[in-house]
Design a protein around this ligand. Structure first.
Ligand SMILES: [Zn+2]
Length: 258
């Protein structure tokens, strides 16, 4: 069913949530756009104007690392100012009410953790851009530490402990998917009796695999996205309205029930 309007979408989603015991959200860029985080892959998005730096280039070239960090610091104003939106708050409410064991996200903005979901219950398929790690020894570095060195030399610093390259904790184009995150995402998907894909076009691998995995495992499937997706025919409910407006009532709903 495609929800004809926002109020039908909210009413139907409420019924589905009430009859479920394990709601597993799967989120993409669309949930964060109201927070000022741009959708990099959308038309006019950054990747349509600027070629992303491939992981192999990052590893091979100091210039690529310098450019990669220059771009990251240029986006800090947006990332640094972003606060969880209505969608994040609604999902955090479901989590606090123990309706949702955790969620899977394609986003790298840390906003689910900022909304109150424990870091270990947020499965990040594409990593996290709000901190950095050494590619060799995995030691964590804060962005402020990297920026200080970058500003002083104009170059991306290497790890003082082991000499490895330091990169935001994201999964770059050409970089292997994190096995642990993939395994936990599969576990969550198979634990779901209601799988809710939110703000993802569901075209980027491996995002596309999870809704169908949930559906085949017997879960109900809801897709909330501005544009149609390939999986709309398989969904029990399709919502093509503004994510924040659709999810906002669930902030209050769970608070009063909890
Ligand atoms: Zn290191």
């Amino acid at each position: 069913m495609i929800a004809p309007d926002v109020s039908t979408a909210i009413a139907t989603l409420r019924e589905l949530i009430e009859m479920s015991r394990a709601v597993v959200p799967f989120t993409g860029a669309g949930i964060s756009t109201e927070c000022g985080i741009p959708d990099f892959r959308s038309p006019g998005g950054i990747w349509t104007r600027m070629r992303p730096i491939d992981f192999s280039d990052f590893v091979a070239s100091q210039e690529a690392r310098d450019e990669s960090w220059r771009r990251r610091f240029a986006m800090q104003e947006q990332f640094g100012a972003a606060k969880p939106g209505r969608g994040h708050q609604a999902l955090a409410s479901l989590y606090r009410a123990r309706k949702s064991p955790g969620l899977i996200t394609q986003n790298i903005d840390n906003l689910h953790q900022a909304s109150g979901i424990a870091a270990e219950d947020v499965v990040e398929l594409h990593g996290n851009t709000t901190y950095a790690t050494c590619l060799d020894c995995a030691v964590r570095y804060e962005l402020s530490w990297v920026k200080e060195r970058y500003d002083a030399t104009g170059r991306a610093p290497d790890c003082p402990a082991c000499g490895g390259h330091i990169k935001t904790a994201t999964v770059s184009f050409g970089q292997a998917m994190p096995e642990d995150a993939m395994r936990r995402a599969e576990e969550l998907t198979l634990a779901a009796d209601l799988f809710v894909a939110i703000g993802s076009s569901l075209v980027v691998w491996p995002a596309a695999g999870f809704p169908l995995m949930a559906k085949r495992n017997g879960a109900r499937l809801v897709i909330i996205n501005r544009e149609p997706t390939e999986f709309d025919d398989a969904a029990d409910l399709v919502v093509r309205h503004d994510i924040g407006s659709v999810l906002e009532p669930f902030i209050a709903m769970v608070r009063t029930n909890a």
